[in-house]
Design a protein around this ligand. Sequence first.
Ligand code: IPE
Ligand code: IPE
Ligand code: MG
Length: 256
Amino acid sequence: MNSHAASLSPAATESALRTAGLDPARLPRHVGIIMDGNGRWATGRGWERVRGHRLGAEAVRTVTTIAAQLGIVRLTLYAFSSENWSRPQREIDVLMHLLRDFLRNEEATLHANHIRLEAIGQLDRLPTPVLKELNRVRSATADHTRMVLSLAISYGGRDELVDACRRIASRAKAGELDPTAIDASTVQDHLYAPAGGDLDLVIRTAGELRLSNFMPWQSVYAEYVASPALWPDFGEADFVTCLREYQRRERRFGGL
Ligand code: IPE
Ligand code: IPE
Ligand code: MG
């Protein structure tokens, strides 16, 4: 057994969880992170905002690796919102470059940790070189089953629901679907990642307390944890703190 396989064994996962003081039986299945505070991290040091984005990419690698090691099944990272297209073009260009570099550089980490890459959002709005790289890494990692890393890029929760409505309506119009039979599972089936399921935990960094259009359908019963850390500073200890906070919550789903 090579070292990667050993570090990914169920026993290794269990021991990583115990070391972190986490209960293996109460781990969130699907975690979403609103990665915020890159700009503030840089401007607070008198630097350009884009330096924060560069460092933010490192934090993505750290958190993704730890999430896989702890046995989280799905990690959705909010990387670029529909509304972020309204930022200055120079900042958008840097973010798109960083995204392409990230996809190129992190493919090895994804393979080593048996992580499948997926993406949600209006991906056709991405520059062609980014989309090509994204599709390449998505197919290169398609057989991995340890964890799914889903990048929300050019993503907006309202756009996702509007896109789902359009597809449902055209299928109804074509006679493929009975409008009176539309239910929550029909909507779920027409989301960008139908198999992704509900979020159990949403973490937002930089101390902000809002969703900013992040997965409203999937987060109706998510536990919400705000971390004061700016995203480039967010590391293993911060992630574990958020998971411990999640494990202290009592989830009721409207019942008693
Ligand atoms: C998060 O950091 C990254 C993206 C939204 C792309 P910000 O760029 O929003 O950083 P702040 O919130 O201005 O500090
Ligand atoms: C949310 O952060 C989007 C991402 C983290 C990608 P923003 O920084 O864009 O959100 P607002 O503008 O503070 O709500
Ligand atoms: Mg922000």
